[in-house]
Design a protein around this ligand. Structure first.
Ligand code: GLC
Length: 461
């Protein structure tokens, strides 16, 4: 719509100033404004409206599940990087049974962890689809002993548990005859736009299939790095997805999209995107790799999570189920401990706003949606008091989140003649500390008002 209004103004201006050129205005400016109004990548619903649940959700679970869990090797990359031959990689099909797949139990576990959405790899770069795609036989129904659709029960169970359902989809496909790349060293062809166009028909066909079958809440694209958006026709593909599914959210990896996707590296300052999500492995691998024992402890994940929400982002924490659908015990343990903490501190997490700069509090923080409660997070046992600086508001009360204990606090360095707020020292007794990360709630007398001016002139003493 926003293109139409300026278009009308321009048309009117041309009409008034160059009466002779009315024809030009009608023929040129109006169609131009209509073209702007129909920018193909623009989703039909207001972006903020579509993004609201995502922004409030804070925590999602990523699931990398595919035939790579049979040998427990790198998902798709192991053959692309010549660590195993394609034939041997594909042999894993024979061992993929999904025989203990219990999507209801998955959904309950994810819910228990505190996640509000879950994203399943419906197809990774190896091209193996977890649903019975009509586009080829490379799917778990036709090509593995699992012999059944794994996506439908996932989406149903996730939604039944009250979570939003996201689908990961690799737009590139190293197994497909019309995708130019095969491995890092072997290409199938070079410079053949016609053949690439037939690949676009294939991948967009699969995407539309998924979109219409499941109406996912979110598409998590991957693999857009090797060809440009023109080749992948991303605008056209996205326009169709939004048309069929107006509430859809798309990540940034089909170029553009609704939110940014930093990966593994924790942002230290808020990324420039309005919305973003850090995706992170629970150990060092996306898929199941029993040899990878480098698990992050629940405490580490909680502290990373606190940093992420403090900067206004979401965390998408990845798990890698075994070939039979079992989520490894260690991963279950971490999710459950994370769940203990998120449940206890839910008021400080969900629907929160980004917190205050670290110059005011030396750690992560969040704010209630109306900005009247400030939440302070710390994962240590304080030597003395916790200090909060430069808050102009009157403090009405401070308590321990999920515990309720009211805390004593004292203000120091508040000169009566100065507008510089005093330092608020909060006394935190050992017995209220959380084993992983303690959260304090500071109730203010109104919306938070931070002191940001330079030092004061001394006029009295
Ligand atoms: C990277 C990995 C890919 C994984 C993805 C998840 O792109 O290469 O295997 O699926 O991250 O974010």
């Amino acid at each position: 719509m926003c293109g139409i209004i300026p278009g009308i103004f321009v048309a009117f201006f041309i009409f008034v100033s160059m009466k002779k050129n009315i024809l030009l205005a009608v023929c040129f400016v109006l169609p131009l404004s209509i073209a702007f109004a129909q920018k193909p990548e623009e989703a039909p619903l207001d972006r903020q409206e579509r993004m609201q649940w995502f922004q409030d959700a804070k925590l999602g679970i990523f699931i990398h599940w595919g035939i790579y869990s049979v040998y427990g090797i790198d998902e798709s990359w192991s053959f692309y990087n010549n660590m195993i031959s394609y034939e041997d990689y594909m042999e894993q099909r024979k061992g993929f049974t999904a025989k203990n797949y219990d999507p209801d139990a998955w959904a309950e576990l994810f819910k228990e962890s505190g996640a509000k959405y879950a994203v399943l790899t419906t197809k990774h770069h190896d091209g193996m689809a977890l649903w019975p795609t009509k586009y080829n036989d490379l799917n778990v129904v036709k090509s593995t002993p699992a012999g059944k659709d794994l996506v439908t029960p996932f989406v149903n169970s996730i939604r039944k548990a009250g979570l939003k359902a996201g689908l990961y989809f690799s737009i590139l496909d190293w197994s497909h005859q019309d995708y130019p790349e095969f491995t890092r060293t072997v290409k199938k062809y070079k410079d053949d736009p016609k053949r690439f166009a037939s690949f676009v028909d294939f991948y967009s066909g699969q995407l539309n299939e998924l979109n219409n079958l499941f109406k996912p809440d979110l598409f998590w694209f991957d693999g857009d790095w090797s060809y440009d958006e023109k080749a992948f026709q991303t605008d056209m593909v996205k326009a169709r997805l939004y048309k069929d599914n107006p509430d859809l959210i798309c990540n940034s990896r089909l170029r553009g999209g609704d939110y940014g996707t930093p990966e593994q590296g924790l942002p230290l300052t808020a990324p420039k995107e309005d919305y973003w999500e850090l995706c992170m492995t629970i150990n060092n691998s996306w898929g199941y790799q029993p040899n990878d024992k480098k698990y992050k402890s629940a405490a580490k994940i909680i502290s990373i999570f606190a940093d992420v929400i403090s900067l206004g982002g979401n965390l998408l924490l990845d798990v890698g189920p075994m070939e039979d659908g079992t989520i490894p015990e260690k991963q279950v343990e971490v999710l459950k401990e994370l769940g203990r903490w998120t449940k206890k501190h839910e008021t400080a997490i969900y629907e929160s706003l980004p917190g205050i700069p670290r110059t005011h509090f030396n750690g992560p923080s969040t704010l209630s949606k109306d900005s009247t409660i400030l939440y302070l997070f710390f994962d240590y046992m304080p030597n003395e008091d916790i200090v909060l600086k430069g808050v102009k508001n009157k403090i009405n009360r401070i308590w321990v989140v999920g515990n309720g204990t009211k805390l004593k606090y004292e203000v120091f360095m508040k000169a009566y003649w100065s507008q510089v707020p005093g330092l608020v020292y909060i006394q935190v007794p050992d017995e209220v500390l959380d084993p992983e990360m303690t959260v304090l709630a500071v109730l203010l007398d109104g919306k938070i008002d931070l002191y940001g001016e330079a030092g004061q002139v001394i006029e009295s003493n």
